[in-house]
Ligand binder design. Structure first.
Ligand SMILES: [Zn+2]
Ligand SMILES: [Zn+2]
Length: 167
């Protein structure tokens, strides 16, 4: 996941747009996170005074289980980060700024992208906003079927009525 910056750095250009499709080939990471290996990276790199700044957006997909209906689905997530691209890492830097080293005119985004994916993965997600979930009484997936539980449980007065009708 190398971004080449030599040309940009030695030019008069102030900013550079990046749109890349990356493939993550770290099998352990992929299986731990249920991540699809293809991700999309969009970024802007700016020269500001002496610094070079990166604004990046990562779009990734992972296999999640719906917190309401428990059905597996593909969850698409976008996460953003900012980083300082530096020639020399400042070990004493105590700010929260992310520093990425430019080496031989390139910056490698693999580690930071994996970290950002890991940090941004939602613990709970739902397959769709209006997911109806599972009936707590009979266990059917209410997105796929309707059950009669709600009718029967909804109004206790009907139970009395039923009792009356029995006789
Ligand atoms: Zn669901
Ligand atoms: Zn039910």
């Amino acid at each position: 996941m190398l971004i080449r910056l030599n040309k940009f750095l030695s030019s008069d250009q102030i900013s550079l747009k990046i749109n890349e499709n990356f493939v993550i080939d770290d099998e352990i990471f992929l299986s731990k996170t249920h991540l699809h290996k293809d991700i999309i990276f969009n970024g802007d790199i700016f020269k500001v005074d002496e610094s070079v700044l990166l604004n990046g957006t990562i779009k990734y997909t992972f296999r999640a289980e719906c917190a309401r209906c428990l059905t597996p689905f593909d969850n698409v997530v976008e996460t953003k980060f900012e980083a300082n691209l530096v020639q020399q890492l400042d070990e004493n830097d105590e700010s929260d700024e992310i520093q990425l080293k430019i080496s031989e005119g390139c910056v490698d985004l693999e580690e930071i992208i994996k970290q950002m994916i890991y940090l941004s993965m939602p613990m709970k997600s739902v397959c769709k906003k209006d997911c109806k979930g599972i009936c707590p009484n009979c266990g059917v997936n209410l997105n796929l079927e309707e059950c009669k539980c709600e009718d029967n449980l909804a109004d206790p007065r009907f139970d009395k009525l039923k009792d009356l009708l029995k006789d």
